[in-house]
Write a protein that binds this ligand. Structure first.
Ligand SMILES: [Mg+2]
Length: 351
């Protein structure tokens, strides 16, 4: 039996901003274009902002009209990517197969759970770990295939879990509007409406001949989806090659002690990840970016180690030549040459 989970972070960009600046909590927050400039769209709005009718993709000027008192923030992609990377690392641990589909969404094949109750428990653990480590909420949909899992996570929003078992597919799917089916955009939905097909049930019951006139060769596939049948696999491209941690100082820094301390902290962080995922490492690489954006990396490779002290020592040694030249804006560490378990297929350990 296949069990697929779809994990989707709740209002991700706005949630990251809220976490970084707790004073935003409870206020409407809109991440996107600058409303004063009058162009561009809403990227993400938190639930407070959504109460005013603000949605992602909406022109920013319209959002401003709906709620001028909202906090409007620019899209700070780098921040979100950093958090996303850490979240994806959490998710990978729980998956037999893992497929990231956007900055804040992924499919996990969790078939080795064996049954729906354990799948739900696994989802609870995932949510708990993300909440504990990142202070963020997500919604998780679970079903026998990707289509159902994705629609289930949408139904679970915000901060929920929804399990749709095979016997519940029809009840779950049939009342939904046709545009919820993959491959049906607004244009096709309008076309279907002209043929009296509005819901998934109507699509599932439609004559294939008629659908072929609308969809051409895609008719069969779309009809299958409307029946809740989706064989597409969770496509795993993932292979751990390295683990990186970076830090940008609030102010460019010359204080060597503080820079070293930060580097050690990043080393500890990377080391924890290696330990949790059962890797040894061979290569330590240190990255330094100065206030003028001049950037250097310096690395050294050894026999496989598991030792934190060795990693810190190596990192200090690599950083040293870069100190005392100009203020430093960013430092980072990348650990590669990983040896050991693949860091996945570990679901069984959790039960
Ligand atoms: Mg999301």
């Amino acid at each position: 039996m296949r069990i697929i989970a779809h994990v989707d972070m709740d209002y991700f960009f706005a949630a990251v901003e809220e976490k970084l600046d707790p004073s935003l909590k409870g206020k409407p927050v809109v991440v996107g274009a600058d409303p004063k400039k009058g162009r561009g769209v809403v990227s993400t709005a938190n639930y407070e902002a959504r109460k005013y009718g603000i949605k992602s993709g909406m022109p920013i000027t319209r959002a401003y009209k709906l709620c001028p008192q909202a906090v409007f923030l620019p899209v700070r992609q780098e921040r979100y990517e950093e958090v996303s990377e850490r979240i994806m690392e959490i998710l990978k641990k729980y998956a037999d197969r893992f497929e990231q589909i956007s900055i804040d969404e992924a499919f996990l094949d969790i078939s080795s759970c064996g049954d729906w109750d354990r799948a739900r428990k696994l989802a609870e653990r995932i949510k708990e770990e993300i909440r504990r480590k990142e202070g963020l909420t997500c919604s998780i949909g679970i079903g026998p295939n990707k289509l159902i899992a994705k629609l289930a996570s949408e139904a679970a929003k915000p901060d929920g879990i929804k399990v749709v078992k095979p016997e519940d597919i029809r009840t779950f799917l049939e009342p939904l509007p046709v545009r919820k089916i993959w491959g049906i955009g607004p244009v096709t939905a309008r076309l279907l409406r002209e043929h009296g097909i509005r819901t998934v049930r109507e699509l599932a019951e439609a004559d294939l001949q008629k659908l072929a006139e609308i969809f051409g060769r895609r008719a069969w596939e779309i009809h299958q989806l409307a029946l809740g049948i989706d064989e597409s696999p969770v496509q795993e491209e993932w292979e751990v090659k390295s683990v990186s941690r970076e830090h940008t100082f609030e102010r460019d820094l010359e204080d060597e002690k503080r820079i070293m301390e930060k580097l050690e902290e990043l080393s500890e962080d990377a080391w924890k990840w290696l330990k949790e995922n059962g890797f040894l490492y061979r290569t330590v690489c240190v990255k330094v970016r100065y206030s003028d954006f001049e950037t250097h990396t310096h690395q050294k490779t050894d026999v496989p180690h598991s030792d934190l002290e060795f990693m810190k020592e190596r990192a200090r040694e690599l950083l040293k030549p870069f100190l005392g030249r100009k203020p430093i804006r960013l430092i980072g560490i990348r650990i590669s040459g990983l040896v050991g378990l693949e860091g996945q297929k570990r679901i069984k350990e959790y039960f």
